[in-house]
Design a protein around this ligand. Structure first.
Ligand code: TSX
Ligand code: MN
Length: 637
């Protein structure tokens, strides 16, 4: 795509003429912002590759103006002014520099069915068992279909609009673990969100002068949608082409569909780059944990959606003397250093967290992070110019719901959309870790995997070794609200919490994980946790939240090789008395750690069926061996 090697004759001239107006025609506010925008000198100051990308994309999309983002405060102010005039954002008067956006009701979440990975060979993307069919582990698109999808949507799509050029860094600018992208978008909401979620602007262009490598990200919202929220849900498509370091997204302005640094770059393309370069791009939070002796360790943890990843990343421990600090809540880029230590960075610069369920009770740290310099999307608004959502506490008598309609506690629909979000700077988090922007990354002692498992799965299990840990990741499942056509909850496979985010064949992904142990490397221990086991009456057996520090305490003691464990068919678990439950009140530890034989024989069958039907001959033999070991151990238990 983007085979436009030349630009229309008059394009550079036109851009030059309009340089003073780049944020959108003759509005005074934009003229302020435009000082230092896309003057011919600035276009010329782009590195040749960035300039070529901008010019051929502009030739394709035909924006009225081009604005190169410098990342300044003045630029941010101008974007806010413009978005208020357009009706995209409104000020939330109760807080400092907080904003409310309401999307088109048809543009509220990532759309997996319209998200594709492009490669010459389908097998690069889809495991053997699913070639030519729909795969749960990634949608394939052929290069010709990719080009057609672009050609059907992009020509002239930015007419009447400004194309913003966002140079952004995933990870601290200049860190050897960081990567640069350039997103071209016609959405000022995307620009403003990208300046929260990533590092953007001139400092990134400067870094590009040392190394010209960047991921090309092209995004346009389309011309349908509601006033203030242009989008085109019927034609939405999100395309990734790893071979060309390219992402193209059309029709959606929301979240992971449009903030292309996050899921598209940091996970989907990131996983492909990581495999090529020998590191890991994972859907994991990162936290620092200091024990009562003052010893600090870091862990990374992968959980599917609705397991409270952000809550764990900002946890307030109940165990005396423990301290938890946050490095990141969603993505970890991890690489073994020359001393064999696994080092992790959070490639993001902010939190794009689900609002409903966030409260003083579930996550007081998030609550003290988000009420300044934050964009809220699709939450409810109070009469005082504040925000409200389900799970925050008592509902006010009168609200404006996420669709802009009057709402009262008697209303039958939720006031906030279930996928409503806060977009807030990470450095505002009161427990942000002192090393969160460390260029070399933080050392990882343990990797947690987990899921929402109402039955059968113990609170915590340590993998016997790395290979067993990879099997635990491959066989991860979690209870989730099923697709709209089903009712109730079902347990769904979500290996490594990466199901929607694999950039390449899942079988190859497992082989990559299996290749990590190498001479001189100190391998982190791997654990599986489940905060969500219930008893026969449907009551949670474990209090969760800050009391999860008791599990982390055991995990870290295991990292010190304390012999505080016993072997089970599933792996190592705490012996009676090994888990610190002081001051907890009664806990049914027997049920919490029970390993029901019938359940686990069924679970083994379900895992085997999944491996066979979704992966087939691409599944590494080691995974079949691990499944057989599990079966044998459960049978003889
Ligand atoms: O985030 C959660 N965590 C991790 C916290 C660090 N949640 C919320 C999940 C939705 C996103 C949890 N919910 C956790 C948990 O550990 N555990 C549970 C289940 C649970 C809910 C309520 C209680 C106990 C367990 N107790 C009372 O309501 C009193
Ligand atoms: Mn996520």
């Amino acid at each position: 795509m983007l085979h436009f090697n030349t630009i229309p004759e008059d394009y550079v001239k036109k851009t030059a003429q309009c340089a003073q107006l780049a944020l959108g025609c003759s509005r005074a506010a934009h003229q302020t912002a435009l000082r230092g925008a896309a003057t011919p000198a600035q276009l010329a100051s782009l590195t040749p590759k960035v300039r070529a990308f901008v010019e051929r994309s502009a030739a394709l999309c035909q924006p009225d103006h081009v604005h190169v983002c410098d990342g300044s405060e003045a630029e941010a102010d101008a974007l806010l002014q413009f978005m208020q005039k357009q009706g995209t954002l409104k000020s939330l008067k109760q807080y400092d520099n907080c904003w409310l956006a309401r999307t088109d009701p048809a543009d509220v979440a990532r759309v997996e069915s319209r998200t594709f990975i492009c490669s010459e060979n389908e097998r690069d993307v889809v495991p053997a068992a699913r070639i030519g069919q729909k795969s749960a582990l990634g949608n394939y698109i052929a290069p010709s279909d990719y080009e057609n999808a672009v050609a059907d949507r992009f020509p002239g799509c930015m007419k009447g609009r400004t194309m913003y050029v966002i140079p952004f860094s995933m990870g601290p600018v200049g860190s050897p673990l960081s990567k640069i992208g350039v997103e071209l978008t016609d959405s000022p909401y995307v620009v403003y969100s990208m300046r929260v979620m990533t590092r953007i602007g001139s400092k990134v262009l400067e870094a590009l002068r040392q190394d010209e490598t960047f991921v090309k990200c092209l995004h346009a919202v389309g011309h349908a949608g509601v006033p203030g929220w242009p989008c085109d849900p019927q034609r939405t498509i999100i395309l990734h082409k790893p071979a060309d370091d390219e992402i193209v997204s059309f029709g959606s302005g929301y979240g992971g569909n449009s903030l292309l640094g996050k899921k598209c770059f940091a996970l989907r393309l990131g996983s492909v780059i990581a495999r090529r370069e020998g590191w890991l791009a994972e859907h994991m939070l990162i936290v620092g944990i200091t024990n009562p002796q003052g010893r600090k360790r870091y862990i990374a943890a992968a959980f599917p959606s609705a397991c409270g990843k952000t809550n764990l990343a900002m946890m307030t421990p109940t165990l005396p003397g423990y301290k938890v600090e946050c490095v990141g809540d969603d993505i970890a880029w991890m690489k073994f250093d020359k001393n064999g230590v696994l080092r992790a960075i959070n490639p993001e610069n902010g939190f794009f967290g689900v609002a409903p369920g966030t409260s003083e009770a579930t996550n007081p740290i998030a609550m003290s992070t988000i009420f300044r310099n934050t964009v809220f999307t699709n939450v409810a608004e109070t009469e005082e110019g504040g925000v409200w959502w389900e799970g925050m506490g008592r509902a006010p008598a009168k609200l404006t719901d996420w669709k802009g309609q009057a709402w009262t506690p008697e209303s039958k629909t939720p006031a906030a959309h279930p996928n409503s979000r806060f977009c807030t700077p990470a450095d505002q988090c009161p427990i942000i870790d002192s090393e969160w922007e460390s260029a070399e990354g933080v050392p990882i002692s343990a990797i947690l995997l987990g899921g929402r498992r109402p039955a059968g799965v113990p609170l915590v299990v340590e993998a016997r070794d790395w290979k067993h840990g990879v099997f635990m990741g491959a066989s991860m499942r979690s209870e989730s609200t099923a697709a709209a056509e089903h009712s109730g909850k079902v347990v769904m496979n979500d290996p490594f919490a990466m199901r929607p985010f694999f950039g390449y064949n899942f079988g190859e992904y497992l082989k990559h994980w299996l290749s990590m142990p190498q001479a001189g490397r100190k391998m982190p221990k791997i654990f599986h946790v489940n905060w969500f086991r219930k008893n026969d009456e449907g009551k949670f057996l474990w209090p969760g939240f800050g009391d999860n520090s008791r599990v982390l305490d055991w995990v870290l003691r295991r990292c010190d090789n304390e012999p505080c464990y016993t072997e089970t068919p599933l792996g190592y678990v705490p012996r009676e008395g090994d888990l610190n439950t002081q001051d907890l009140g009664p806990i049914d530890m027997n049920t919490l750690f029970s390993i029901p034989k019938d359940f686990w024989l069924q679970e083994a069958d379900a895992i085997g069926k999944y491996f066979k039907e979704e992966v087939g001959s691409d599944l590494p033999k080691e995974m079949w061996d691990e499944l057989e070991t599990l079966r044998k151990k459960v049978k003889s238990s």
